[in-house]
Write a new protein. Structure first.
Lengths: 255, 243
């Protein structure tokens, strides 16, 4: 008797899981705003940003409707577990700690880091030679700090700041020759600012992975493998048909 | 020296956080902190003596400006003063073109200015308190000997006031050492700056900060010892006589 009960319960559980895994007609996606330009609100309160645009395009591709659920960062993974939404697309860096709790899609972006200098800079490229005796600004403890310290720590002076705002202030006052920071942050604080004239020098960087990480992934519940697979396939398609590049350019082009 | 370094390197071979490189960060940080604190204390001390005398002046035009200065610098956080002097000056029009920028561009001088002004304000008040509490009898005795007010100040009031101010001033020196930890907010790589760097680099807050705390403790101990010694010598006349 006991055995039959266990078996039937098991069967029920399996049936329930497979039903959940497949038939999503509507996918609710959790997001924490604002984090410009990945996700934020326009002046009239509408959600927008790279994650939002890409997420909507992915849902269209899969053929499901998407609903965005705004959730504070602290509770964003618990909210997924509690079924308040079915996925998280909120600039979440893929790492091993999180992998224990959630299932990640393939990385959909590694936010690039870029070198910013005053418009009239003489720097044309980034190398040990060109950065010798320059003062480089970075935010303390960031991946940019680690990268610059290891690559150019011996030849250049590195000034480390607690916040990006302090760093931009010192750039404006000409205490710094060049900054290395997250491209989106640099774009909104330097390139798009009314005062001053700044430019990106050299290539934007997303490699090597040991510094710049695995990038951002969409998080799902562990058992929703089928859903994650659908998103991965859709992502692949969007990368191939140019939709991805178009959305990327919307938020990550210098001009 | 060479063999010492090799020995140290061998000792540290198994340690992933405290390598020769991180230790040299700490060593540079120690030098910067000591320079910064020592210079600001010396300059602050020299400035505080005339200020403390002026603070007790009968003339309002000497007394009140000094009071305003000590009130402002004791009444606002040192961190705010540092921010104003380092970041604030940037908003003065044309400062980048003036000769002032040569000294203000580097974070060391703005930090030194902020620390000096701050410690001078506190030291002024410490000395003023000591001068004010000089016993009337000593002053009257000096007068009776025919000393002028200036001579009384120089020979009687100041020497005895300094002795009495010594314990309080020793505290101020220790406070200044600890207050200097905020220098890293304006990118100076002082001891705390070095610890923050190591912390951020190795995600090891305990190791990084405990180590730096130990260095601060050693410095504090040296200051305590120095002042204890000084007090013993200068305040000998207040000790119970032995032998």
């Amino acid at each position: 008797m006991k055995k039959v009960l266990t078996l039937s319960l098991l069967g029920l559980a399996i049936a329930a899981t497979s039903a959940q895994a497949q038939d999503y007609e509507e996918v609710r996606i959790g997001v924490d705003v604002p984090y410009e330009p990945m996700e934020y609100r326009t002046a009239d309160g509408e959600l927008t940003g790279f994650d939002i645009d890409l997420g909507n395009a992915l849902c269209d591709e899969i053929g499901v409707s998407c609903e965005w659920v705004v959730q504070g960062w602290d509770g964003i993974i618990p909210g997924l577990m509690a079924r308040k939404y079915d996925a998280i697309m909120s600039s979440m860096t893929i790492n091993d700690d999180r992998r224990e709790q959630v299932l990640f899609s393939d990385p959909y972006i590694t936010p690039p880091s870029a070198w910013f200098a005053p418009g009239g800079t003489e720097l044309e490229e980034i190398s040990e030679e060109s950065l010798t005796d320059m003062t480089i600004g970075v935010q303390r403890g960031t991946l940019q700090d680690n990268y610059v310290t290891d690559m150019y720590g011996d030849v250049a002076d590195i000034n480390r700041y607690a916040t990006a705002d302090d760093m931009v202030l010192d750039m404006e006052s000409e205490r710094l020759d060049i900054l290395f920071l997250d491209f989106p942050v640099g774009k909104s604080t330097l390139l798009d600012s009314e005062e001053g004239d700044y430019t990106v020098v050299g290539e934007m960087l997303t490699e090597p992975k040991e510094y710049f990480g695995d990038g951002f992934g969409i998080a799902f519940r562990q058992r929703d493998e089928a859903l994650a697979e659908q998103f991965n396939e859709a992502l692949e398609t969007l990368r191939e048909d140019g939709t991805y590049d178009e959305i990327y350019a919307r938020y990550f082009e210098a001009k | 020296m060479e063999s010492l370094l090799t020995w140290l390197e061998n000792q540290l071979a198994d340690n992933s956080i405290f390598t020769l490189q991180t230790l040299s960060h700490y060593a540079d940080g120690l030098t910067t902190t000591v320079q910064l604190v020592f210079l600001s204390l010396i300059i602050g001390l020299i400035a505080a003596v005339p200020l403390a005398i002026g603070r007790g002046s009968r003339h309002a035009w000497i007394k009140w400006p000094i009071f305003a200065y000590t009130y402002v610098f004791r009444g606002t956080p040192l961190l705010i003063q540092l921010y104003l002097i380092y970041y604030g000056v940037v908003f003065v029009d044309g400062i980048q073109e003036s000769w002032l920028w040569v000294i203000l561009e580097d974070p060391f001088i703005p930090a030194l200015i902020a620390f000096t002004l701050n410690t001078a304000a506190y030291t002024t008040e410490i000395f003023r308190g000591a001068i004010k509490s000089t016993s009337k009898g000593e002053i009257e005795a000096a007068r009776a000997y025919g000393m002028s007010p200036g001579l009384t100040m120089r020979r009687i009031i100041i020497p005895s006031a300094f002795r009495r101010a010594l314990p309080a001033y020793g505290n101020e020196v220790i406070f200044m050492l600890h207050a200097s930890a905020i220098a890293s907010v304006v990118t100076i790589m002082d001891l705390t700056g070095a610890a923050r760097f190591v912390y951020a680099r190795y995600y090891a807050p305990f190791e990084a900060f405990l180590f730096v705390a130990a260095i601060y403790l050693c410095l504090t101990f040296a200051i305590l010892y120095f002042f204890r010694h000084l007090e013993k010598k200068l305040l000998a006349h207040l000790q119970p006589q032995t032998g």
